[in-house]
Design a protein around this ligand. Structure first.
Ligand code: PAF
Length: 274
């Protein structure tokens, strides 16, 4: 595995990669969820590139940029183990210059739900994903469904900007008890981890209702809110279609149910695709 820290070295090495390229962008603190993306990229491509960059522009003032877990040594070993060909770990100064051109999330879809709670987050996220895709120019790039709105916006960016990359959505990975894996789970104490299970339980309840043909979105939201009471506070429950438009009735094959709640000082997100 080649580890590259500068754009110049990256461009040189990228030229030597033969065949199809799969790309997995990350912010490090790699866990089984990232590994599932890397494994899929490994299966479907001749070469696999992973990037690790904790992107400051997608963190809001007062968010956990400084506390965000950084585990460089462990991440390198995980990538080696997963047979990654190139690991790109740029420094901040490599990725941004002052007063640079910005791209922005679309007005409505970028500023509802996560975008309303974290205004500007998606602008920063799209900015870095655009840069990374342009640098790595992969055939396929892999993103988890856990960040469903992020995934929808990246797909829209690729469509709107005629970018020639296939975006591959990947399933959410959960621990044995159902908690969706996230780098932020490391903030949870054992007691909080137990209570955090109410997110996946609430989505299980929603899925059961859909299976029983109870498709009214307001009714499902109420049940979900009930199960989420174990969290310290609930930010939102939403039922939308794949284009992130709110639904009054669940449409089989075109619905995402999203929950966001705080347990202790940790903000947790989860969703289910119906
Ligand atoms: O999902 C993430 O980890 C980040 O938002 C991404 C896509 C790597 C961009 O910084």
């Amino acid at each position: 595995m080649r580890i590259v820290k500068t754009i110049e070295a990256f461009n040189e090495m990228r030229k030597t990669l033969q065949g199809s390229v799969g790309f997995v962008p990350t912010m490090g603190a790699l866990h089984e969820g990232h590994l599932s993306l890397i494994r899929r990229a490994r299966e479907e491509n001749d070469q696999v590139i992973v990037s690790i960059f904790v992107n400051p522009t997608q963190f809001l003032e007062g968010e956990d940029l400084d506390a965000y877990p950084r585990r460089e040594e462990a991440d390198i070993r995980i990538c080696e183990f997963a047979k990654v060909d190139m690991l790109f770990m740029p420094m901040m100064g490599q990725m941004y210059v002052p007063d640079e051109l910005r791209i922005g999330a679309p007005a409505i879809r970028g500023y509802i739900l996560e975008g309303a709670k974290r205004p500007g987050h998606f602008d920063g996220m799209l900015q870095i994903v655009m840069k990374l895709l342009n640098l790595t120019h992969p055939h396929r790039a892999y993103f988890g469904k856990k960040d469903a709105q992020q995934l929808a916006l990246i797909m829209q960016m690729v469509r709107d900007y005629f970018m020639s990359v296939e975006i591959v959505p990947c399933e959410i990975v959960r621990d044995g008890q159902g908690l969706a894996l996230s780098s932020r789970n490391t903030y949870l104490s054992p007691e909080e981890k137990e209570r955090a299970l109410c997110l996946s339980r609430s989505l299980k309840r929603a899925t059961e209702m859909v299976m029983a043909e109870r498709l009214d979105a307001a009714e499902i939201c109420l049940e979900v809110l009930g199960v989420l009471q174990e969290a310290d506070s609930i930010e939102y429950v939403a039922i939308v279609n794949r284009a992130f438009e709110p639904l009054e009735t669940v449409l089989l094959g075109d619905t995402i149910i999203l929950v966001v709640a705080w347990v202790g000082k940790t903000r947790l997100i989860d969703n289910v695709w119906i």
